[in-house]
Ligand binder design. Structure first.
Ligand SMILES: C[S@@+](CC[C@H](N)C(=O)[O-])C[C@H]1O[C@@H](n2cnc3c(N)ncnc32)[C@H](O)[C@@H]1O
Length: 274
């Protein structure tokens, strides 16, 4: 994901869901106001959620570090969301030396709409565990399944697009085809060492007001578009919409508005042990 400017203006759905998850779970986390509250945001993207939603819930004495694997996202976020208690760094959550980079660790880790991008779930969750100090907590919000992943699969079967999208499985949530996503994730989190306070999927619906809004939202997160020649982008997007419309159980269109139904993980975990 490298379209930082577009993502910053075309991520209303992610913004809404992050705000709701924060309002549901932040109150049940333990916050200290003695200056020791250190917070990591994993996969901060263009930084809107970090700056506008996360920073305001952190005590005024606390600090936030926001990381993202994409250098262009970090460049954009660092300029757009400059703040004395916030710093942005280009780091991949799969980095083998995470704790070396942050020797003091964090009291909180947050991550919104990032972890479905990560195939190596065990490494990511273990790194988050290792980054937390004992007593530290993490709130993880990400897609368990979404019609967008079905469309990636369908587009890979369309001969015109298959050469650009044949590795589509790398971009589908690891839980998309699971019949027991919460159980799978709970097992993984417990194996890694977490105490799992909450790990459920929530069915969510988002209504796109019209075609331009939907196209921007698709463009902002689509991992294949950079491979498609520019003069074919409009065709790709219209085929993408055509394929979306086939998913009648998950995508509905009426009065020019398109509503999409997806499953979102909300996970609250704690590192108890030393
Ligand atoms: C959809 S954006 C979410 C941005 C922001 N958290 C929000 O809720 O609006 C997902 C971000 O995750 C980042 N990402 C994907 N894989 C990552 C990884 N392995 N480590 C760190 N960031 C990653 C992408 O670069 C992208 O900026």
């Amino acid at each position: 994901m490298n379209r930082a400017k577009l993502y910053s203006s075309a991520s209303e759905m992610q913004h809404r869901d992050a705000a709701e998850a924060l309002s549901r779970h932040v109150g049940s986390m333990t916050w200290l106001d003695d200056g020791s509250e250190s917070v990591l945001d994993v996969g901060c993207g263009s930084g809107e959620v970090t700056r506008r939603l996360l920073l305001p819930v952190v005590p005024a004495t606390g600090r936030v570090v926001a990381v993202d694997a994409s250098e262009s996202m970090i460049r954009f976020a660092s300029v757009r969301h400059r703040h004395p208690r916030l710093c942005f760094r280009a780091i991949d959550i799969l980095d083998p030396d995470m704790r070396g980079k942050f020797p003091l660790g964090f009291r909180k880790v947050f991550s919104f709409f990032c972890l479905h991008w990560v195939r190596e779930q065990r490494i990511a969750m273990k790194n988050i565990y290792d980054l937390l100090v004992p007593g530290g907590e993490a709130l993880l919000v990400f897609l368990a399944s979404s019609p967008i992943f079905d469309v990636y699969q369908q587009m890979a079967a369309v001969s015109r697009w298959s050469k650009y999208t044949k590795d589509y499985e790398n971009y589908i949530s690891p839980y998309h085809h699971s019949k027991t996503p919460s159980q799978d994730l709970k097992t993984l989190l417990s194996d890694v060492g977490f105490h799992v306070a909450y790990c459920e999927t929530r069915e969510r619906i988002f209504v796109f007001d019209g075609l331009p809004q939907l196209k921007d939202a698709i463009k902002a997160v689509n991992p294949f578009l950079d491979r498609v020649p520019k003069d074919m982008h409009e065709d790709y997007l219209s085929d993408f919409l055509h394929e979306s419309k086939k998913l009648k159980a998950k995508v509905q269109i009426s009065n020019g508005k398109l509503s999409t139904k997806y499953e979102l993980f909300e996970v609250l975990v704690k590192r108890v042990k030393q």
